[in-house]
Design a protein around this ligand. Structure first.
Ligand code: NIG
Ligand code: FE
Length: 422
């Protein structure tokens, strides 16, 4: 009866605002408002949710079935698996040394302009073998899984030439088959302008060399890339260059999902909305016109609380965006600047620093994050027919996952991916 899901123009399910009855949080306590209690979930062998119902009902209905696995979640809460809508997880060369510089007052762009920042990581990533990068990536995925993440978006972007960008995309591809987390793959060759090149030259290289080679590998079936990304920023890729790159990707069938308005308002949000971008990330500096354009286009805002926190940026105007009707998703932005693999911590920061409510943060980390990746019809909520991706926490109220600043490892008892306890 409570059909509160809005279907936006792209056919994605998103929840605008706070109502999250559709996320179906299953709690141990007496049902009140958003949550249900005394509920069992039945998963089919295909990893999808076959049934949801009262404990007694389910026990009676399936009394002749023998379940392969049974998870006793009594006294616990079941949440949808967390979806991390924005990560840079394939690299070598951390930047712990730059953390001190930033604490001492150096800005992100000062470090970058001095040849550090992304460039430092690019140098080390270019040097690293595919095997080493895969090993590092798998370790990171393991940490994410422990924090309840079951689906991520993963970007390339520390290769910056065709050979190295393809190396990173191949690492992402291989990781899909050797561990449980599902991955939406993003080509982010325009993450920085390579040393010794102008942004114009880099744009040309991406459009005329990198993208065609990637497309060729996609056609051959050896790579599966879903999205295209650009770091659209003053002094990196300006709006016109970003637009060219994104359009070239769009022509190849990639979904547009890019960085904009992080440090300066250069109206990348309006450009993205015009292109029909599926998602735009950061948006700390977005203006009112940008908000209106994104709302009209149905573009999802991917908000990254860790980066705003570490770089002490201005908080993005999340409340205005929600009021304007923009669906909000959250991501860890895991990268060598913002070293965070945890969606629970990300939700906590979003609530404290951006004044999101806990239900809003959960929606942004589940069904709306799924929508940002074009997967909200199959992922992001506990619903019959969807993949059984769930997190079981040992707490009487689901809000513990947001309330706690740490200790999530103890809180999270079971992570279920495609119906398997992982
Ligand atoms: O989303 N701003 C651009 N990209 C990343 C940072 C990458 C890095 O610093 O290595 C981000 O914050
Ligand atoms: Fe990012």
């Amino acid at each position: 009866a409570r059909q509160l899901v809005q279907v936006c123009s792209k056919g994605e399910k998103v929840l605008r605002g706070v109502d999250m009855s559709h996320v179906a949080i299953l709690e141990s306590k007496e049902s009140e408002g958003d949550t249900l209690s005394g509920i069992s979930v039945v998963v089919d062998r295909d990893g999808k949710i076959a049934d949801i119902g009262n404990d007694e009902e389910i026990i009676f209905k399936y009394k002749n079935e023998v379940f392969d696995t049974q998870v006793d979640a009594s006294g616990m809460c079941i949440l949808p698996g967390f979806i991390d809508a924005h990560t840079h997880p394939v690299w070598d060369g951390d930047r712990v040394h730059e953390f001190a510089m930033k604490l001492a007052g150096a800005t992100y762009m000062e470090v970058h302009a001095a040849g550090g920042g992304i460039h430092y990581t690019v140098d080390h990533t270019q040097e690293a073998s595919e095997e080493k990068l895969l090993m590092l990536f798998i370790q990171r995925l393991h940490c994410m899984l422990q924090a309840g993440t079951t689906l991520i978006e993963a970007k390339s972007g520390y290769g910056l030439d065709a050979e190295n960008e393809i190396k990173l995309l191949r690492v992402i591809e291989r990781a899909k088959f050797v561990q449980p987390i599902e991955i939406s793959s993003t080509y982010c060759g325009a993450h920085a302008v390579p040393k010794g090149m102008t942004s114009q030259q880099a744009t040309d290289d991406i459009i005329s060399d990198q993208l065609p080679r990637i497309k060729d590998l996609m056609n051959k079936g050896s790579l599966c890339v879903d999205n295209i990304d650009v770091f659209c920023e003053k002094g990196v890729f300006e709006v016109e260059e970003s637009k060219k790159i994104l359009q070239a990707g769009q022509l190849l069938g990639l979904r547009v999902n890019f960085h904009a308005e992080e440090l300066h308002c250069i109206h990348g949000a309006e450009m993205g909305a015009k292109l029909g971008a599926e998602a735009i990330s950061h948006l700390e500096e977005i203006c009112e016109a940008g908000i209106q354009a994104m709302a009209k286009a149905g573009t999802i805002a991917v908000i990254l609380p860790t980066t705003q926190y570490i770089l002490r940026l201005r908080p993005p105007p999340v409340r205005q965006m929600i009021e304007a009707g923009i669906p909000i998703a959250l991501g860890t932005d895991f990268n060598p600047n913002a070293y965070c693999l945890s969606m629970p911590l990300t939700m906590h920061l979003a609530c404290v620093n951006f004044r999101m409510s806990m239900p809003e943060a959960l929606v942004a980390s589940t069904i709306n994050a799924a929508a940002a990746l074009g997967k909200s019809l199959t992922h992001g909520s506990i619903e019959i027919g969807k993949f059984a991706d769930m997190v079981v926490i040992e707490a009487p109220r689901w809000e513990h996952i947001v309330y706690q600043l740490g200790g999530h490892d103890q809180l999270i008892k079971v992570v279920i991916k495609h119906g398997n306890v992982v």
